[in-house]
Structures are given as C-alpha cells and as structure tokens.
Design a protein around this ligand. Structure first.
Ligand code: DAH
Length: 415
C-alpha cells in the first residue's frame, strides 16, 4: 500500500469535467488524518475527484477524499514565479527604473514606497478597494492567486493604498511589479510595473480635489512628454474613485490612455479612519511609457539580460534603443477540441509557461462548432522568435510538443 508523502506530486482527474490538475502534498497531519495539498494547475477546483499518481497508479483505494480538507489553490505558473524578485524598477540603469525616477522627481515632496513582495492579501488588492465579487479582474483566468485565494499577486499598485492610509500616510507614491494574465503580443506581458499616487488634501470639497488632481496630473504629463503635449481628461469608472478620470495623450497622432485617477471613494476614507477628509489617487503603467521614450519595440526586451540591451541605458538618460539584428521567426499552429469553460487565457498561459519568452505572439486564427457533434474547435497560431538568439527547428518543436502534451494531459484533444 502506498502512503501519501509530503512533497510528492500527484495528478487529479475530476470526475465531472474530466479535466486534470497537478498538485503536491504539502503536509499530512497523521493525528487528525488530514491531508493538505497545493494545486499547480490553472483550472479551478471541482468536486468529485478521481486521483492517480503521475505514473497513473490509482490511489483511489489509498486516499479517502472526505479527508482532504484543505486544498491550497494556486494558479501561478513557474514562468511567473521566476519573475518575482527581479526588481527591474530598482536597477538604476534599467529603462523601467529610469522612468520611475523621472516620475518620482516630479513628486518630490511625496513619501516613496516600494514593497518588494508582490504577494498581497485579496482584501487589500480587491475588497478594501470596493471591487465587487463579480468583477472580471477577480477571475482565476485573469489573476494569479495563492494560499487558497487568500493571497494574490497584486494586480495593481493600488493594492497598497488602504494599508498606507490606515497608517495615516496620506501623500505618497508606490512603485512595484504587478501581475495579470494576458494575451501574448508586443505590448502585453503578464508582469509589468505601475506607479500609484495618493494625496489627501484635508476637509475640502470634491471640486477642490478635482481641480488639484487635474493640475497635478497636467504637470506630470508635461514633465514626461514636454510642454507641447496634447492630452485630455475623459470620464471613466473605477470602483475605488468617484468621480473617476482617465488621461489620454496624443502621441505621434495616436491617442493612448496613460493613467487612471479620481477622487478617493468616501467609504474608503471612512474605512481607513479618515472620515471627513478628501483626496485623490492615480495609477499609471510604466512599460508603455518606457517603450515610447526609449523606442523599445517589444515588451519582452525589459526582461532581457542580454548586455546588448542592458548596456544601452544609463540612469537619467532617455536615449533611443538601437535594435540589434532581429532573429528569424517561425510559425506553428495548434488546433484542438475544447470543452466547456475553456478560456483563451489558459492557452496563452500554458504557452508562456512552457516557452520562456521565446514566443512573440499567439493569436486565435480559427474557431468553430461542429453542428452535428456540437464540439467546438480552436486554432491558435504561435509565432516563435527569441530576442536573444536564432531558434533551431528542434528547439521549437520540442516546445510545441510540450505544449501539446500538456493539453493532452488536461484532456484536450489535438486535431
Ligand atoms: N488601479 C487602476 C488600474 O490598475 C489604475 C487606477 C485608477 C489607480 C484610478 C488609481 C485610481 O489610484 O484612482 O488600472
């Protein structure tokens, strides 16, 4: 008889959906007869498990499912975990840090915070910011959770707003790495950087706060883009501010959203012990700005450790990136039968997890449902290209086969 071992990896196949998930036993409490497990798979937990080891030995007779009380749900792939702690925003000659410092220069009199650990409570990231339970940003397909959904990789630096306000810190800038599952293309990466700014002005009217906010952000935009910049405020909606505004900047004839902002919601002020006071907040991404200011064509460059990239930048200087030769790309398609609940983000994530930055773009090229069988199929096109080397056909096919194998493990049928 096999005894469940701590640290051992098992595979579960859910009876209902036939999807599989991989987990390992973190702890077996033999006194209470409980087993604690950590889940790796991006799929949600379902009731009713069949269970087998990786070697496909049946464990059903060994494990009593009633006794598995605690599942540590986690959907953070290794490719994301690898990025935690890189601290690009603290490397003084890195473009992200150069942009951060430029912004910090403008907010000279504000307290600056950089919380190096991006793992925050769900409460700080969502609940305390009045983000409703059904908000799309909370979906497992969009957000990286850990510890049974008690912790989350912050999806925005706004996550630190209420903890600072509760400490009566009321005029500050927070910079950090933030995490969101996303499509794969030149301007989207699941890890990026944001700056959050807050200023509580005192017992003043919304009108005074809005005026101060717009003055400050106008100054910031000019500080970043130059005095001739064309920009405008448009009305927006965020759960944590009311009213809310977005700033749109016209750059080379193209309008782009550069930040979100607004008057901090009265309930947030009250919950933080600041009833009667009034203030504003804004949040801004750094990658898009850095791509523009340094002429960087692909967001993956920020993660490059190639000296040909890194040596081009110097603290305080906004020089244009000189591209070194672009390596050739290779296209591969994967067609598969999908089942209910399949999200494109799962596919993007799988590709990211198994391809380590070697994929430039993934797109959905075809999608249909067979009217007779009612089965649905999707075809994804994967464009492989390294920014650091020429990929061999062998390397590409190895990754492709790993992706296919993982899909098969998850009970999808490759067409
Ligand atoms: N947290 C928002 C985001 O990530 C940006 C934001 C909007 C921050 C409005 C704010 C705000 O502080 O007031 O998209």
């Amino acid at each position: 008889m096999v005894i469940l071992q701590e640290g051992q990896v098992y595979k579960i196949i859910t009876d209902k959906t036939q999807k599989s998930m991989t987990f390992y036993i973190t702890y077996v409490d033999r006194l209470k007869d409980e087993v604690f497990v950590k889940v790796f798979s991006p799929f949600s937990l379902y009731e009713g498990f069949r269970i087998s080891t990786i070697e496909n030995k049946t464990l059903k007779e060994i494990i009593d499912f009633e006794k598995i009380k605690n599942f540590y749900f986690e959907n953070i792939p290794f490719s994301i975990k690898n990025k935690i702690g890189k601290l690009l925003y603290q490397k003084e000659n890195h473009p992200i840090c150069i942009v951060k410092n430029k912004i910090n220069d403008f907010f000279e009199k504000y307290d600056k915070f950089e919380f190096q650990n991006p793992m925050v409570s769900v409460r700080n990231n969502f609940d305390n910011l009045l983000i409703p339970q059904n908000h799309p940003g909370r979906k497992e397909s969009d957000t990286f959770y850990s510890e049974n959904k008690f912790l989350v990789l912050r999806t925005h630096t706004t996550a630190h707003q209420t903890e600072l306000l509760k400490k009566k810190i009321t005029k500050f800038i927070v910079t950090g790495d933030v995490y969101r599952r996303d499509t794969i293309d030149a301007s989207h990466f699941p890890v990026f950087h944001q700056v959050e700014g807050v200023n509580v002005l005192g017992s003043v009217s919304d009108k005074v706060v809005i005026e101060h906010l717009k003055d400050t952000l106008s100054g910031l935009i000019k500080h970043l883009f130059g005095n001739d910049v064309k920009y405008r405020f448009i009305d927006e909606y965020f759960p944590f501010t009311n009213p809310s505004f977005e700033v749109v900047v016209e750059y080379h004839g193209i309008e782009m959203e550069v930040l979100g902002s607004g008057v901090i919601h009265k309930d947030i002020m009250k919950n933080c012990g600041l009833e009667g006071q009034n203030g504003w907040a804004f949040g801004m991404g750094l990658e898009r700005l850095a791509m523009i200011f340094f002429d960087i064509p692909d967001i993956r460059y920020f993660w490059s450790e190639d000296p040909r990239f890194l040596s081009q930048f110097k603290a305080g200087e906004f020089t244009k990136f000189q591209p070194y030769s672009k390596y050739p790309s290779a296209i591969r398609d994967i067609s598969m039968w999908i089942t209910e609940g399949f999200e494109d983000n799962y596919f993007f994530d799988l590709v990211r997890d198994l391809s380590e930055n070697l994929v430039e773009e993934v797109s959905l090229t075809d999608s249909f449902t067979n009217p007779k069988t009612n089965r649905s199929s999707k075809t994804f096109r994967i464009k492989f290209r390294s920014i650091d080397k020429t990929l061999t056909g062998e390397e590409i096919d190895k990754i492709l086969n790993e992706i296919k194998q993982e899909l098969i493990n998850k009970d999808y049928e490759i067409r």
